[in-house]
Design a protein around this ligand. Structure first.
Ligand code: HEC
Length: 90
């Protein structure tokens, strides 16, 4: 029964289904830290350079809203993940 419920939940969370390497620690951290204020954006939305700028801007949003700041390692892990899978023009 628990197994069945799990399937239903995974099956209906369609929004995040397209994240690359969804089971990796980096993807999980990204989901945890970056979906608190808005839906999760796919890494291919931005280029690697734009992600660096965006995550820094999000740190400002976090402090403005009193959300716990990203630790140095967390920022590094999330950025590495986003940049690895980012939009890369041919
Ligand atoms: C404290 C709340 C908060 C958290 C946590 C947060 N964001 Fe945001 N995010 C915002 C707000 C507010 C905006 C819209 C304003 C803006 O674009 O600056 C936004 C906008 C964005 C956008 C732009 C979307 C667009 O269409 O332009 C991206 C991409 C984004 N966030 C990524 C992230 C990532 C990556 C993280 C995790 C590191 C994150 N956000 C965590 C508040 C947050």
């Amino acid at each position: 029964m628990v197994f069945f419920l799990g399937l239903v939940i995974v099956g209906t969370s369609g929004c995040n289904a397209s994240l690359p390497e969804p089971e990796s620690p980096a993807a999980r951290l990204y989901q945890q830290r970056c979906s608190q204020c808005h839906r999760l954006y796919g890494p291919t939305l931005l280029t690697p350079e734009m992600w660096a700028v965006m995550v820094t801007r999000m740190e400002q949003e976090m402090s403005r809203r009193g959300v716990a700041p990203l630790k140095v390692e967390e920022k590094q892990t999330i950025l590495e993940y986003l940049r690895k899978h980012a939009y890369k023009p041919a």
